[in-house]
Design a protein around this ligand. Sequence first.
Ligand code: PMP
Length: 450
Amino acid sequence: MKDSNFLKEMNARSVWHPMAHPADSLANPPTIVTGAQGVRITDVDGHEVVDGVGGLWNVNLGFSCQPIKDAIAAQLDRLPYYSIFRGTSNDAVIELSEELRDFFAPDGLTRAFYTSGGSDSVETALRLARQYHKIRGEAGRTKFLSLKKGYHGTHFGGASVNGNANFRTAYEPLLAGCHHIPAPYTYRNPFNETDPAKLAQLCLSALEDEIAFQGANTIAAFIMEPILGAGGVIPPHESFMPGVREICSKNGILLIADEVITAFGRTGSWTGSRHWGVQPDLMCTAKAITNGYFPFGAVMIADKVVEVFEKDETGKAAIGHGYTYSGHPVGAAAALACLAETKRLNVPENAAARGAELHAGLLALQEQFDVIGDVRGGHGLMCAVELVSDRTTKAPIDKKSIGQVQEVAYQSGAMVRVSGPNIILSPPLVLTSDDVQVILSALKAGFASL
Ligand code: PMP
């Protein structure tokens, strides 16, 4: 391996980083990760820490999952690639599809459309939603509704339903006909409502108002994350997603669950939709479907939608959409092994137990440090700590100070992620209680350094 300074210099002159200012990697060189074992990563300088980020919310089973590595190697030897565009399929993808069908049966989802990642899955779901209405003769249903603070990837469709200006402004104009309603975010919301149940009702009323304003027969779908992730880990009240389901059904609007983060155990349930007892019409998955070892995703499709497509005799259901890597056999083999390990280890159970410890530990830190304005979590291993410079005014913390918390936490044993004023925690789901304590004490050192 090349020497540390050499790599840092080369990185600065040859790599542009997603979600970063290009000039920033010169001023603030990134951590160069060169190895990983279990739930720990090692950087180029030999420093080893617990990965509080879990790769990017995707390495649910940690970095040493041998069955997935073996499945990838075996599939590469047997059939490294074949497309599943009309006229061909491959055995790996068929086997996976049967497994996914069983896995998602409680969510009412029986068909899979494969993608290369989360943004592709969102794009696929948005397109299928429009097509569904066209097949049924409701061609006017083209608009999409979503939540402010929601994150749905970076393709133009996904960016259009994103609810965070940081991911939109530079790329506008985006898709016409995308409208946003307030998220059930108790710490900051336009209603100044701090009670989660009341806030959920206010947001549901806002959804109904928006539907009435736009006209239900112009709306194709509502897309939401069961627990908002990148927007700062915002778990809604338990009444919210069921309420959305009811409103969508009443108005002929499809419900797309964007479970790119929440599927496969992160919330402490097998899927985020199941967590809230909701059956969506389309579900976007990616990330942990292969434990992050291979870029892959699947959109799962409910029977109601399946029937409309499969019974079509007009030709309108021909799918003019798909990716070269849709149904990639190596991704399929990785996903199959990943699913088997996820079940064998019953990771949602560990996610729920360790998530509760992490959340309790963060609430205890909030008692000690005024810089912590809000702590969110309590549903598996996804938590956020929102930092403020003043608790009374809730003025957000400055970039330098939150960067310092992150840096000190790293030096003290844990990689954590910064997103705006939030520290986001999404460690592997196979974390132990000791690992939780490492993350908490590293963060404590970070807060104490301010
Ligand atoms: N949807 C959600 C909810 C996500 O969290 C993400 C990624 N963080 C995406 C979509 C996009 O996924 P990808 O980065 O794999 O394209």
